[in-house]
Write a protein that binds this ligand. Structure first.
Ligand code: HEC
Ligand code: HEC
Ligand code: HEC
Ligand code: HEC
Length: 117
């Protein structure tokens, strides 16, 4: 019985340290969001945030302007692109606690130099 309890406690410990590692928040969000997990996790901490959570603070049309390309390459704009327009969920290209490449890189070699993986 005692060993079982110890094993359980050890199991909890490793789980706890895992989740601490998993919740590193990006520098650009630290100042505005701090430790307020719910600012993004509108569907509970165990679910990925909805796109609406990001859209509380970000505006796709504004983003599309900021990442606009030259006329010739205009549909490579990640925030207003050939296949999805402005409709692609943020999380297809941006991650908070992990690294992530933009979805487009699965099939194209466009340069997205400012993307923070
Ligand atoms: C409480 C407001 C808030 C929420 C919610 C929020 N952000 Fe941000 N985010 C900011 C601010 C402020 C900045 C820094 C200024 C800027 O770059 O717009 C920022 C920066 C960023 C940047 C980096 C900009 C750069 O410097 O390259 C990305 C990418 C980003 N947010 C994506 C997201 C995604 C995806 C979500 C949803 C999962 C999200 N944000 C939710 C406020 C927010
Ligand atoms: C198709 C992939 C893709 C999607 C979807 C996407 N982004 Fe981005 N985002 C990028 C890339 C790539 C960059 C870097 C732009 C560059 O290199 O010019 C970027 C840059 C940004 C920046 C920094 C803008 C700047 O001035 O440099 C913010 C903030 C941001 N994204 C937030 C969001 C939010 C919020 C959403 C959802 C509404 C979103 N993105 C959806 C790929 C994407
Ligand atoms: C700026 C938005 C944002 C904030 C703030 C944020 N998260 Fe997240 N979280 C995400 C996104 C986006 C994902 C999806 C995976 C990824 O992109 O890293 C995620 C995924 C997770 C997951 C994994 C869920 C699964 O099903 O695998 C956990 C656990 C988590 N977050 C915990 C936290 C905790 C704890 C905090 C507060 C300390 C926090 N998050 C703050 C955006 C955020
Ligand atoms: C599953 C693969 C796939 C993904 C993911 C994908 N594309 Fe494409 N894309 C294609 C195919 C196939 C074509 C048509 C063949 C061609 O012209 O290369 C194409 C064509 C294009 C073109 C016109 C041709 C060119 O090379 O300029 C643009 C612009 C484009 N895609 C942008 C994007 C952007 C931006 C993303 C990310 C939001 C993206 N694509 C994601 C497969 C993909």
């Amino acid at each position: 019985m005692k060993t079982l309890k110890i094993m359980l406690a050890l199991g909890m410990l490793s789980l706890a340290s895992l989740s601490v590692q998993a919740v590193e928040i990006r520098d650009h969000h630290k100042e505005v969001i701090g430790k307020d997990c719910k600012a993004c996790h509108d569907k509970g901490i165990k679910q990925f945030p909805s796109d609406q959570a990001c859209l509380q603070c970000h505006d796709v049309s504004e983003l599309a302007k900021q990442t606009a390309r030259s006329e010739q390459d205009k549909w490579q704009n990640p925030h207003n692109n050939l296949h999805y327009g402005k409709e692609l969920p943020c999380q297809e290209c941006h991650s908070e606690h992990e690294t992530k490449k933009p979805l487009c890189s699965n099939c194209h070699t466009f340069k997205y130099d400012k993307h923070k993986e």
